[in-house]
Design a protein around this ligand. Structure first.
Ligand SMILES: [Zn+2]
Length: 125
């Protein structure tokens, strides 16, 4: 779920409690939640930061960034079948994308970089 506050000019406690509750409900069901808060929205940003909500709710600067955050949750998987095998890691995303298997020194770090490159790609809107 993405809540776009671009056009929002006023936030009160009712809206804030709804945002926190929606975030809790969605993430407790393994969903992804993002708040879109462009730099220009002064009052809204001031309220969000004064209440330190950015520490609880993922805040994105644009709708495109929010879509990427919600749609592309990458993680690094250990591809070894047995623990005594050589290191092998691969990045995977909830959208179905998988990175190529990385082996050898810094395999996990390389797989994480693959995942970061994938999740930073522009969304297909
Ligand atoms: Zn993805």
């Amino acid at each position: 779920m993405i809540v776009d506050l671009s056009a929002c000019t006023f936030l009160d406690s009712t809206v804030i409690s709804m945002l926190v509750w929606a975030h809790y409900l969605i993430t407790s069901h393994k969903g992804r939640f993002a708040l879109v808060l462009p730099d220009g929205s002064a009052h809204t940003a001031r309220v969000i930061h004064a209440m330190r909500l950015q520490e609880i709710l993922p805040v994105c600067a644009s709708l495109a960034e929010g879509v990427i955050f919600v749609e592309h949750a990458t993680r690094v998987r250990d591809l070894r079948v047995r623990v005594d095998e050589a290191q092998a890691y691969g990045a995977a995303c909830e959208c179905g994308w998988t990175g190529e298997p990385r082996t050898g020194e810094f395999a996990e770090r390389k797989a994480r970089a693959d995942g970061n490159r994938h999740s930073e790609a522009p969304p297909a809107l």
